[in-house]
Design a binder for this molecule. Structure first.
Ligand code: PLP
Length: 387
């Protein structure tokens, strides 16, 4: 048999543990086991009706061809208006690029920026794809740890200590996956100052900006516009994960470089999905408000429930995840996640790949009924193991 060699690059790439757990839970479900999945990384709501209508209209109007690499002008103008209205940021359409999900925008950015050995600072616990993408692009991810005791807030002094002559960029993600942390103005201003002082780029992933509870979302681009690439997308805000629309806005030279990469890889984001995104971004405030209230109710229930079970869980300010301390179940979070899946039939994601030892991530982007069911099952598991 012909044995071909895969590249060193791809062999060092770690598969997403979130996808791995979701896959294992689906496998069990297919085998007839009733698993409650708390592993999802996407809203459980349907895409709003007016967004679907815009897509049907686009198909009927024949908007089914290649689009400009950086996205249709109508969508880039809509994105500029959104930045102005919601974030107090002024961008021209030339400073905006549309990609196949925020994931591709991030991927293009790291490839546009990094040479071998260039360092990127990433607050931890982090979304698993950041360090993987940085390493895939030849860079070196440098973690700066944050702590559950203060809601995983970022200490700018710790960021400053991590800066070396090889540092090129700092990644921020507020509201954060997996911690739900939301950075306040003082933190953002301090990080912006560091970026300006050391000539660094800030890559800020604001995908969860609308899923926020007791805090206000602030864009760091307000404090260092020339040093910031803002990433956002349609997936989380408008329940459009499958449509694959993400976007980035920032310095024009960087946007051009990202367009060059995209032009030689995927060309453009899906044309119909771009028209749907125009409708979503222009007018979804009622949907956003309703989703937020449902998420808030679920968050309050799951946090109090997990704490009652003796699994200490801080109250997150944003996104739709909680980080539960599972040391009562097993010292290793990998083992704890396995036990919770096999014995309580609840799928959770071990914190290992998020750099969150001793904790697992539970997503509450699922029905209230499922949350009750998961808490009930985990409660039964704990009283069994406590005996
Ligand atoms: C923090 C964060 N950024 C980006 C993404 C990617 O979103 P998209 O569907 O736009 O690629 C996700 C999805 O899970 C995420 O959690």
């Amino acid at each position: 048999m012909f044995e071909f060699k895969l590249s060193d690059k791809v062999r060092s790439l770690k598969p997403s543990s979130t996808i791995a757990v979701t896959g294992r839970a689906l496998e069990l479900q297919r085998a007839g086991v009733d698993v409650v999945s708390m592993a999802a990384g996407e809203p459980d709501f349907d895409t709003p009706e007016h967004v679907k209508e815009a897509a049907y209209a686009a198909i009927r109007a024949g908007k089914t061809r290649y689009t400009p690499v950086q996205g249709i002008p109508e969508l880039r103008e809509t994105i500029c208006a959104k930045f102005e209205r919601e974030n107090g940021l002024t961008y021209s359409p030339e400073q905006v690029t549309v990609s196949t999900g925020g994931k591709q925008a991030l991927f293009n950015a790291f490839f546009a920026l990094l040479d071998p050995g260039d360092e990127v600072i990433i607050p931890a616990p982090y979304w698993v794809s950041y360090p993987e993408m940085v390493a895939f692009a030849g860079g070196v991810p440098v973690a700066v740890d944050t702590q559950p005791e203060n809601g995983y807030d970022l200490d700018p002094a710790a960021v400053a200590r991590a800066i070396t002559p090889r540092t090129r960029a700092i990644v921020l993600n507020s509201p954060a996956n997996p911690t739900g942390a939301v950075y306040g103005e003082a933190t953002l201003r301090a990080v912006a100052e560091l970026a300006v002082k050391h000539g660094l780029l800030i890559i800020t992933d604001e995908m969860y900006e609308h899923i926020i509870y007791d805090a206000e979302h602030l864009s760091i681009a307000r404090f260092a516009p020339e040093h910031t690439l803002t990433i956002n997308g349609a997936s989380k805000a408008y329940a459009m994960t499958g449509w694959r629309i993400g976007y980035a806005a920032g310095p024009q030279a960087l946007i051009r470089a990202m367009n060059a990469i995209q032009g030689q890889s995927t060309s453009n984001a899906n044309s119909v999905a771009q028209w749907a995104a125009v409708a979503a971004i222009q007018d979804s405030s009622a949907f956003i408000a309703s989703a937020r209230e449902q998420f808030r109710r679920r968050r309050d229930r799951i946090v109090s429930g997990l704490n009652d079970l003796g699994l200490p869980t801080p109250l997150p300010q944003g996104a739709f995840y909680v980080m539960a301390d599972t040391s009562r179940i097993h010292a290793s979070e990998l083992e704890a996640a396995r036990i919770i899946l096999d014995d309580a039939r609840v799928a959770v994601v071990p914190g290992t790949d998020f750099r969150a030892p001793g904790r697992v991530r539970l997503s509450y982007a699922t029905s209230f009924e499922n949350i009750e069911k998961a808490l009930g099952r985990m409660g039964a598991l704990l009283s069994v193991s406590a005996r």
